[in-house]
Design a protein. Sequence first.
Length: 330
Amino acid sequence: MDRPPTSRDVAARAGVSQSTVSYVFSGKGNISPKTRERVLLAADELQYTVNLAARSMRTSRSGRIAIIISVTNWNLASVLDGAASAAHEAGYVIEVQTLPRGREEHDQRLQQIIDSGQFEGVLSLAPMAAQRSPRGTARTTVVAMTDFDDAMHVRGELADPAPLVEMMDELVRMGHRRFLHIAGAATYPSALTRRAAYEQSIARWGLTSLGVVGGDWTGRAGESAIRALGDDAVPLAVIAANDLVATGAVRAAIMRGWSVPGDLSVTGWDDHTSSAFQVPSLTTVAVDREELGRRSIARLLAAMRGEPEPVFRESMQHVVWRESTAPPRG
């Protein structure tokens, strides 16, 4: 094809009407998931992209969505990837806006973005109290998520400690009775909920806890915690705040001549790319941050279309069992 593909070409490839293609990319109409998938596949095969400028002139719609964050955070990269992918599938592009830290400056800049008329939707990943929620406009829909606090630390579903409870329950079934929790920084909601879940599990099973130690997310915290233990601490199950802390704990255990697993079973959190390949491979919790981005965009699009907020049943976290956990050495 010597010219850029058009919506007519996509319609022909997908075997649908041109208006159906338009509905798929505009979010209007009642399009079945099967038809939508066929149209998106045809568009991908033809490398078709929506001409946002032309659409804006024709419909007074910009085809743009702003995503608001208050501070930069490496954990947001995958969230934004998922959001961008979901927005693109719906025919939108996203623009990420980082706001000033000061509360007054933050609120003023946010309202300026909304009032600019450049965006059909504004998705704020940072929380907004009811008394300072921004005013939307006739052309701009605003949705504020509750998955992060002001410092962009996860809360809500991604701070759900259920996987920690699942790991402890299984370790108990393996025969473990002595536990240690190397916790993350107390300024993080996720660290607080996991600590509470750990302590509740200790009480529920009547286990022996060697305490809650640590206080940051580094490998050094894991090393220090294991080095500080007495020689009679093993056998022991270690619940670490994340994979870096867990890796530090494993290293310190091996340096002391303890086996992992055997003397120590160790669990982490986040499923870093290296965790499946270290020795031993690390039992951990996989967190689907891309899915959080996709769900956030789905909620914004539903609000823009006047539809009910979508309900998601599947958890974005699950335990991945690997070699670092096993029954304690008898």
